[in-house]
Design a protein. Structure first.
Length: 136
């Protein structure tokens, strides 16, 4: 598989460490892909953030939402999912930070598109995303 470009959507206030671990593990694990992290690296003014993030999402093959325990309060994640849908970019989620199938999901992300943080499951989802949306 070509190296897919993934925008990593996460709760900046609660899951920055989990995002760093996720990216690091993806580079150091024996998986048949590599994730290029195109997510925002720092907080920025809202108007600037929206324009920059939407441009980045448009240039990726998929959005991977890191689903933590506090997703209900992550307004940026909801906006990123909306931007992805508007631009035909496929989305899936990965449970992190103790979140599980009982945790709240952000608007626009369905439970059937969220997997445990297990690299074989993530690899399956990445393969699936490469055949969906704008990747067809």
């Amino acid at each position: 598989m070509a190296d897919p470009r993934a925008f990593i959507s996460f709760d900046f206030d609660h899951n920055d460490t989990d995002k760093t671990l996720f990216i690091g593990q993806s580079k150091n694990s024996k998986v048949p892909f590599s994730i290029q992290d195109w997510s925002a690296k720092s907080s920025m003014p809202q108007s600037k953030w929206e324009a920059i993030v939407e441009e980045k999402i448009k240039k990726t093959n998929m959005v991977i939402v890191l689903v933590g325990k506090y997703m209900a309060s992550a307004t940026g994640v909801k906006k990123e999912i909306k931007m992805a849908k508007e631009n035909n970019v496929p989305i899936f989620g990965v449970y992190i930070g103790g979140a599980d199938s009982n945790s709240n999901l952000p608007d626009g992300l369905t439970r059937s598109r969220v997997v445990k943080w297990e690299w074989d499951k993530i690899s399956e989802k990445i393969n699936q995303m490469m055949g969906e949306g704008k990747n067809k």
